[in-house]
Design a protein around this ligand. Structure first.
Ligand code: HEC
Length: 123
């Protein structure tokens, strides 16, 4: 009877493991789906940064080509990431094309950071 109990317990632990994901996978998932617009849409698949849009503006009657780029975020510190996402500094509170993600939890930001760190090591 005891043996059967252990066996059932062990079995449920083993199958439960399939439901757990690593912190890296969690970070990857959050980076692509942070309960808002995907970070990858603007910062690229691996946080390398990319051109978001090309457009023209008119200044003094002259047509000027403008490029909107997102920064590379592979080498930023955890503090910068947290501060940018939670809008902890005044400079981040100004209008930006980057949406607000200040609902992300500490755990979620840490997981995103881990994912970005791993992207840096890839190259
Ligand atoms: C709509 C485009 C867009 C999306 C989506 C977006 N960003 Fe950004 N992000 C930007 C732009 C543009 C900047 C530079 C200007 C600024 O800071 O607002 C930036 C700046 C940053 C910075 C500051 C970099 C530095 O060197 O100071 C971090 C960190 C960052 N983004 C992380 C993220 C993460 C993580 C996500 C997803 C949760 C995300 N961004 C989603 C466009 C975007």
């Amino acid at each position: 009877m005891k043996k059967l109990l252990y066996f059932t317990l062990l079995n449920s632990i083993l199958s439960a493991q399939e439901w757990f994901i690593t912190n890296f996978e969690y970070g990857k998932m959050l980076y692509h789906n942070p309960r808002g617009i995907s970070c990858a849409k603007c910062h690229g698949e691996n946080g390398e940064g990319k051109i978001i849009a090309k457009y023209y503006t008119i200044k003094n009657g002259k047509k000027i080509k403008e490029i909107l780029k997102s920064p590379n975020i592979q080498n930023i510190s955890y503090e910068t990431l947290k501060s940018r996402l939670l809008l902890l500094e005044k400079k981040y509170k100004k209008l930006s094309v980057m949406p607000r993600y200040n609902y992300l939890t500490k755990n979620e930001i840490e997981a995103i950071y881990l994912y970005l760190q791993a992207q840096k090591d890839k190259k």
